[in-house]
Ligand binder design. Sequence first.
Ligand SMILES: Cc1cc2nc3c(=O)[nH]c(=O)nc-3n(C[C@H](O)[C@H](O)[C@H](O)COP(=O)(O)OP(=O)(O)OC[C@H]3O[C@@H](n4cnc5c(N)ncnc54)[C@H](O)[C@@H]3O)c2cc1C
Length: 305
Amino acid sequence: MISDAVIGALKSFVRSENIHTQESMAAHTTFKVGGLADCLVELENTEQLQKVQHYLNQIEMPYVVLGNGSNVLVSDEGYRGVVLQIGNRMNRILVEGNYMIAQAGALLSQVARTAMEHGLTGMEFASGIPGTVGGGVVMNAGAYGGEMSRIVTKVTVVNSEGEILELSNETMEFGYRHSIIKSQPFVVTEVSFELAPGNPETIRATMDELAAKRREKQPLEYPSAGSTFKRPEGHFAGELIMKAGLRGFQIGGARVSDKHCGFVINTGDATAADVRNLIREIQARVKEKFQVDLEPEVIFLGKFS
Ligand SMILES: Cc1cc2nc3c(=O)[nH]c(=O)nc-3n(C[C@H](O)[C@H](O)[C@H](O)COP(=O)(O)OP(=O)(O)OC[C@H]3O[C@@H](n4cnc5c(N)ncnc54)[C@H](O)[C@@H]3O)c2cc1C
């Protein structure tokens, strides 16, 4: 629980309607599971973020950053502390020649669409990834041969002292589903991209083709966080899970997708514990059968037993 005094202080930095107490995290994650966060604050700009962060550091209140919640599993107990959401209140997109500057809360799909409308190619791969620009950069999201690291030129972040830093592509330490921000308490506020001139019709056709591929191969009709595991070197996670006989394997309401074994899906009434336990069981069985360690791509938030 967060005291009225803390909520009162937060209200001096952020509009009241953007402060939510006892907020269900199921409503903010694509897995659609997770308990209550003590408080969720929707941020509108960098100044608000700096003030809120400074205050939370001062009172030693734990906080965590959330984008669109499409790569996280929040515990059934929720989150004790403050969730800082960089989402649709920070989603401005600017286009300057071959460059785009997007606020961290813009959805990748919106940025990809804007690129297409301005005849810019290079962002098509991201049009079906349901995350924000901030989350996409943190995770170095990628698909169909594209990856954020190939188009990002500069990332603006706020560090834990509230200072604004500009990180070049090289300083981001991009790797497979990795960036420096996974190990640093930086909050991404803005990202610059360099794209190339292209034909809008061709770009649209590519995006449509990739969307059709996703619909065909992925269980988009169920809540999930996308691929549950990272690709283990020399293998495909989904294939190993299928060969371990786990297609359709279920714990509670969490199930290995019949359509794509690399996805754990919520069939409707899954708890976070169901999902966590299923992930553990998959890891154990794949390890036993193939001696391969599957590392979750999904990020766990809150306490899990
Ligand atoms: C159906 C489906 C398909 C998917 N397909 C793909 C795919 O093809 N390729 C792929 O790579 N991923 C895919 N994903 C996973 C996910 O969409 C990506 O990882 C995405 O980049 C996460 O962005 P987000 O805004 O939702 O981040 P969140 O899930 O909200 O957060 C992810 C992590 O980033 C941190 N974070 C978020 N925003 C910020 C910020 N502004 N500053 C600092 N830290 C931040 C969070 O603290 C958390 O640690 C898919 C997910 C789903 C549900």
